[in-house]
Design a protein around this ligand. Structure first.
Ligand code: DGL
Length: 273
């Protein structure tokens, strides 16, 4: 058995907000990030397409030597994770693991809300799947979950318009849409790894008593906990402190944008999936 890096996947740049927290929590491991920028966004696509794209990317990361892959994308976690885990993984290699971002987030959000009324914002794919409603209710029975899809938020972020005036219109519109569902919502989850880039604008338009949860730190802590409970997986993860960035589209664009998500300069490599 050859040790390998931990794979982190997203349809685009969003997963870098998760990777940043993972690296800061566990800098010792080697990591490979794969952004499927050529085919982003996933959030507005059909189940079949999201599943097919995600499976291709997971297989690619396995081919790079990863034994553990994190789907740092809510849309892929909601629409493809379970099918890949149950249907594909046993045939590919039952000893490899794929983890998503929905479960760890759902586990935590119910514990944080005092009113028992939480809001979830995500892509159309994530919201239509009802994955958060199902998972949050499983973890915290009786909690009320309100959801709203924000299909324009990922394109705003991917196109570097997250600080522009155009973003204000959509952020206000979508925040109103979720808050109008209940006055009792006291916790709002950003259920898409792209949304932390919009945080300062969201805070600007959100009533002060509502707390906002981004996923990066939650997922990083949950991965650390997973590894502490799975020494057999730790054995398979290489320690070298390296970070490799791969994109299916322009490396120039990736390097320019990625710094805003990851917080430091990156140098990516093009890959064809
Ligand atoms: N970052 C992905 C997520 O967390 C969505 C981006 C997309 O629509 O491709 O859901």
């Amino acid at each position: 058995m050859k040790k390998g890096p931990i794979g982190i996947f997203d349809s685009g740049y969003g997963g870098l907000t998760v990777m940043k927290e993972i690296v800061s929590t566990m800098p010792e491991y080697d990591y490979i990030y794969l952004g499927d920028n050529a085919r982003t966004p996933y959030g507005t696509r059909s189940f079949e397409t999201i599943y097919e794209y995600t499976l291709e990317c997971v297989k690619f990361l396995f081919d790079q030597g990863c034994h553990l892959v994190i789907l740092a994308c809510n849309t892929a976690s909601a629409k493809a994770l379970r099918t890949i885990q149950q249907r594909d993984l046993p045939g590919i290699d039952p000893d490899r693991r794929i983890l998503g971002v929905i479960r760890p987030t759902a586990e935590m959000i119910g514990k944080i809300s005092k009113s028992g009324h939480v809001g979830v914002l995500g892509t159309s794919g994530t919201i239509q799947s009802d994955s958060y409603v199902i998972e949050i209710e499983k973890q915290t029975p009786g909690i009320a979950v309100y959801q709203h899809a924000c299909p324009m938020w990922v394109p705003l972020v991917e196109n570097g318009e997250y600080e522009g005036d155009g973003a204000d219109y959509f952020i206000q519109k979508d925040l109103n849409a979720i808050l109008n569902q209940s006055e009792k919502v006291d916790t709002l989850l950003l259920g898409c790894t792209h949304y932390p880039l919009l945080l300062s604008k969201i805070q600007q338009f959100l009533p002060k008593h509502i707390q906002i949860i981004s996923q990066g730190k939650v997922v990083a802590d949950s991965l650390k906990d997973y590894l502490s409970r799975h020494p057999e997986m730790v054995e398979k993860c290489s320690i070298g402190g390296t970070q490799t960035f791969l994109t299916t589209d322009s490396t120039t664009n990736f390097d320019q944008h990625a710094v805003h998500f990851f917080g430091s300069e990156v140098r990516s490599r093009f890959v064809h999936i």
